[in-house]
Design a protein around this ligand. Structure first.
Ligand code: IMP
Ligand code: MG
Length: 176
C-alpha cells in the first residue's frame, strides 16, 4: 500500500496537531447543541479524531452522499443516498468532510441541512484544494490548503482503497 504513494503531503503528526486546533476553534464559537454530521465515507477518519477532541455533549450523525463514483473526477452531481435524514431541528450542525474540491458536495449538503430546520450550519474540511470554483461558498474551518492534485489517505480513497493510510499522500502514476 505505502509503495503506491509518490510523496507524503501531510504527515500523521502534523494532521493530529491541526485536528486539535480545529476542534478548539469549533468550541470557541460555542459548546451547546452541537451535531457533528460526518460525510461518509471519506470524512470517517478525520471526524472520529475531530469529535474525540471536543469534550462536550454532542450528537454524531452520518450522511451518505456521493459525487465521485470511485474515480478521479467529480461527476458534478450530488446524490443523497440515505432513506431518511436525521432531525436537525434546533441543532448547531457541523458538517465534516475530508476534502473541498469543486465545493458541490459541501454546498449541497449545507443548503439541504439548513432547509431541514437546523439552527445553524457550519462546514469543516480537513483539506481544501487551491483552485477556481464555480460555487459561491467557503468552508468555515479548513485544516490544510493543498494544490489541485489527487490525494489519498486518512480517509480519502482511490477506488475505495488507501483510506487506512495514516497520512495524506499523492498517489503514484503507476498505481492508477
Ligand atoms: P466536491 O463535491 O467536488 O467538493 O468533492 C468532494 C468529494 O470528492 C470529497 O468528499 C471526496 O470524497 C472526493 N474527492 C475530491 N478530491 C479528492 C481527492 O483528491 N482524493 C480523494 N477524494 C477526493
Ligand atoms: Mg467523499
Amino acid at each position: 500500500m505505502h509503495k503506491d504513494v509518490e510523496k507524503i503531503l501531510v504527515s500523521e503528526e502534523v494532521i493530529q496537531h491541526r485536528v486539535g486546533v480545529l476542534a478548539k476553534k469549533v468550541l470557541e464559537k460555542g459548546e451547546g447543541n452541537i451535531m457533528v454530521v460526518v460525510l461518509l465515507k471519506g470524512a470517517l477518519v478525520f471526524a472520529a479524531d475531530l469529535f474525540r477532541r471536543m469534550p462536550v455533549m454532542l450528537d454524531v450523525e452520518c450522511l451518505n452522499v456521493s459525487s465521485y463514483h470511485g474515480g478521479l473526477e467529480s461527476s458534478g452531481e450530488v446524490k443523497f443516498l440515505d432513506a431518511c435524514l436525521p432531525d436537525f431541528t434546533g441543532k448547531r450542525v457541523i458538517v465534516v468532510d475530508d476534502i473541498y474540491d469543486t465545493g458541490l458536495t459541501m454546498q449541497s449538503v449545507c443548503t439541504k441541512i439548513a432547509a431541514e430546520g437546523a439552527e445553524s450550519v457550519e462546514s469543516c474540511v480537513l483539506l481544501a484544494k487551491d483552485k477556481k470554483r464555480d460555487v459561491d461558498f467557503e468552508p468555515d474551518y479548513i485544516g490544510f490548503t493543498i494544490g489541485d492534485e489527487f490525494v489519498i489517505g486518512y480517509g480519502l480513497d482511490y477506488r475505495g482503497k488507501y483510506r487506512n493510510l495514516p497520512y495524506i499522500g499523492v498517489i503514484s502514476q503507476d498505481a492508477i
